[in-house]
Write a protein that binds this ligand. Sequence first.
Ligand SMILES: *[C@@H]1O[C@H](CO)[C@@H](O)[C@H](O)[C@H]1NC(C)=O
Ligand SMILES: *[C@@H]1O[C@H](CO)[C@@H](O)[C@H](O)[C@H]1NC(C)=O
Ligand SMILES: *[C@@H]1O[C@H](CO)[C@@H](O)[C@H](O)[C@H]1NC(C)=O
Ligand SMILES: *[C@@H]1O[C@H](CO)[C@@H](O)[C@H](O)[C@H]1NC(C)=O
Ligand SMILES: *[C@@H]1O[C@H](CO)[C@@H](O)[C@H](O)[C@H]1NC(C)=O
Ligand SMILES: *[C@@H]1O[C@H](CO)[C@@H](O)[C@H](O)[C@H]1NC(C)=O
Ligand SMILES: *[C@@H]1O[C@H](CO)[C@@H](O)[C@H](O)[C@H]1NC(C)=O
Ligand SMILES: *[C@@H]1O[C@H](CO)[C@@H](O)[C@H](O)[C@H]1NC(C)=O
Ligand SMILES: *[C@@H]1O[C@H](CO)[C@@H](O)[C@H](O)[C@H]1NC(C)=O
Length: 783
Amino acid sequence: MKFAIAAGLHVCLFLVCFAKHQHTNIVIVGGIGDLAKKYLWHSALQLYAKSYNENNTISFYAGARVIEDEGNVVLNKILDRILCDTDDKHCHKLRPKFIRNSHYVMLKKGYHYETLCKKLSSEYENGLTSVRQIFYFSIPSSAYQSVAEFVNEHCRHENVTSTEIVLEKPFGLDKSSAKLQVDTINSYFSGSEVKRVDHYLAKSVTKQILKFRFSNRDRLERLLNNKFVDRVEIVMKERIGVKGRIDFYDQTGVVRDVMQNHLSELLALVAMEMPNNVSSSSHIEKNKLQFLKQIRPVSSNAILTGQYSKYLEEAGEEIENTSLSYLTPTFAASLLQVENPRWQGVPFVLMSGKHMDERSSYVRILFREHEFCVTGCEGSNSTFNKYPRQLVFQIGHGSVPSAGILVSRSLLSPVWPEGVRELPITSKDSNIHGQSPGDFYYAVPVHDAPAYVTVLHDLYHGVKETFVTSERVMALWDIWDNVISRSSPTLPSVYKEYEPGNLNFTVENGHLEFIEKVKIINFDHREIASHATIPNSFRNSTLHCLSSPKLVSSLAQNMLTSAEAAVKERGVFHIAFSGGRTPIILFKELVLNFPYFPWEYSHIWQVDERCVPHINPASNFHTLHEHLIKYTRIPYYNIHPMQVDFAGKLCSPASKGDQLYEESINYLIPDQVIDFVLLGVGNDGHTASLFPHSASLKNTKDLVAYTKSKSNEQMDRMSLLLSVINNARNIAIVVIGKDKHDIVHKLSTSLLNNSLYPITYVSANKGNTSWFIDMDAWLGYTL
Ligand SMILES: *[C@@H]1O[C@H](CO)[C@@H](O)[C@H](O)[C@H]1NC(C)=O
Ligand SMILES: *[C@@H]1O[C@H](CO)[C@@H](O)[C@H](O)[C@H]1NC(C)=O
Ligand SMILES: *[C@@H]1O[C@H](CO)[C@@H](O)[C@H](O)[C@H]1NC(C)=O
Ligand SMILES: *[C@@H]1O[C@H](CO)[C@@H](O)[C@H](O)[C@H]1NC(C)=O
Ligand SMILES: *[C@@H]1O[C@H](CO)[C@@H](O)[C@H](O)[C@H]1NC(C)=O
Ligand SMILES: *[C@@H]1O[C@H](CO)[C@@H](O)[C@H](O)[C@H]1NC(C)=O
Ligand SMILES: *[C@@H]1O[C@H](CO)[C@@H](O)[C@H](O)[C@H]1NC(C)=O
Ligand SMILES: *[C@@H]1O[C@H](CO)[C@@H](O)[C@H](O)[C@H]1NC(C)=O
Ligand SMILES: *[C@@H]1O[C@H](CO)[C@@H](O)[C@H](O)[C@H]1NC(C)=O
């Protein structure tokens, strides 16, 4: 045997050197900020007390942008307040040493990092054998790139054994920004050098989920699937609001803040395939990733949102521009579906909210009842369900005295994993998750360390599964990216602080729906926020902008007024209806609420028609007949369908259907002035059957023509032309639905190339043009 002893501290055996003295420098960048003040320094002291010894030394540095004198004062204040648990003698003993080993450094520019890291590396010359450095980024994520660059450039000294960086969320605000962040960080650091914190993974009960599944695997794993599980609820309810943090919260909202990360991670832990080896972080990671990729992206009808009623008021006090605040959800419930044979069809409901009725976070697995009670059912609460059977991981608070695991006695008698101990429940509530306390087995973690204490502990000791890999960050965004974009947001339902009763919802056929059908909106604020911006004219014509039921009613009223005036003056009312789906709600309104409409003096014309037989449901006349004509007492000789079908020849030029329609108009309306023309607008700007680039837009000689909906194709429509449309007494242009917001927005700018937007040619020469645009189309989201 041959020993080589270097500097008294290296021990080398057959040229393999065993490090004996490891020193670690932990640099908290942003070390006097909020997170550091609240959690990190306290956790640093705990780490020191647990892990420091003569062979494992640790120094701490707080870096921030203020000069040393200022920073020192703040850091000392923070450290003064960091205390040991009263009975932790070891901690008390080490505390002065911890404080001596905690320093403030100014870290603003590249050269500050250079100076600090040179100093740190010079300490290594004293013969330390293993040297780690950890840079904890407790800073806004917008600063990650520059700090990562500084660390990479100035701190990788040759004798440093390892350099790690620790990132806090947000890991991007959506998929593309997350990808950018990952790529940026990857360009300086390898995957194993980067630790992303999700402190929910460090919660003491979270840590027990896989262990519990493992120790009960024989009985539990065969129950954890779609045959036995009715649903899974993953919930984080908070009493507090976001007052003081509106600026941040407007950027984030509850989905980004806790659902895309914390709650989805919990979901993975309860529903992923059990790794073969629960102690192996690589096995866990592999199964987690596989599972996350089997979750279907959340669709917009699988999410409900709410906002507490004082939110806008708080926003008004805290930020200048509140124009986006009314869209920020402080509550969300969402349904996740897993596409694998094990979980197919099981609803996973994730829910979180601020200013809720209670503070509680949990994962609750509800099992189906397969036994039906036929006799002796008196003791059961319903005829069929004998009792609820559930497994609950109470991550934080709630009705139980402390976070722990609850198992219905009727489910199974659990084998508790090593880190928990069973306790009798002493709860003042008679009802815990719908059962009486006595119905549960209950156990709590032996060491209930605060999450950040565990984060620092696991960071120092290299426990990987507490941290989120970049692959997982991306897989999580794949699930949520759809619903966090602001491209077509829905307005959250307003709820009262601590009384969110109107948010109760149901899960049906892959959808979520509020039970209370009336969406509560705080009009004190909202009507001002939204209506103030609505002018009374649009493109130099009258604008009517209301919610769609009111809009349709006002349009029908407008039509009635004009019909009555026409009948009074001329004894007859000529109206031309467009095709498409939009007029159907108008027809219903007319039929149901306008029984005295003077139909017997009215003539119904068509603005346009498809080249299909009238019995075809795609025919505009078919729609008109089915939804309006058959309910009215209009004389049949007053009905004027466009002649598109001559013995099965559809719109053939030879049959001259267009000329015949023009002749009918000329015969019955010699001055060619139709009293009322109802038009719609397509997303491409088409109106009637006049499409972009259409030659018919320039046709001033005819009243009616065959047209085509796509260039280079056959004539497939018949349409009134602008000459007769613009001659009308009244033109009403109706735009309904949030998918029309784009075209409304385009039309609101006057710099349009008209030939690309036929609707821009529409304008009554002598009569009135009015726009009827509903709130959804105007705002681009649903009230
Ligand atoms: C430090 O290492 C020395 C030499 O191996 C050993 O004797 C001593 O017990 C170690 N100290 C601690 C606290 O582990
Ligand atoms: C690195 O360690 C070696 C051996 O201990 C020492 O000779 C050298 O000076 C150190 N380099 C730096 C930059 O500290
Ligand atoms: C499980 O993984 C741990 C950590 O990687 C390892 O130490 C242990 O040997 C593994 N157990 C088995 C049975 O493979
Ligand atoms: C407020 O913010 C919105 C959305 O970012 C923006 O469109 C609007 O111009 C801003 N208003 C003011 C007064 O800055
Ligand atoms: C179910 O019924 C039993 C016996 O009637 C009762 O003690 C228990 O409180 C009931 N549980 C619930 C959740 O109503
Ligand atoms: C919401 O659900 C709770 C619990 O079931 C119930 O007490 C409450 O009355 C419900 N609220 C409404 C408005 O339905
Ligand atoms: C509205 O009228 C003004 C003034 O005549 C004109 O400059 C503008 O182009 C018109 N806007 C539209 C959309 O026609
Ligand atoms: C408007 O669009 C037409 C058809 O694409 C094009 O020929 C014309 O040059 C455009 N006019 C302007 C002013 O851009
Ligand atoms: C146009 O609207 C004005 C104001 O509502 C009304 O006085 C006028 O009679 C209308 N013109 C026609 C042709 O209906």
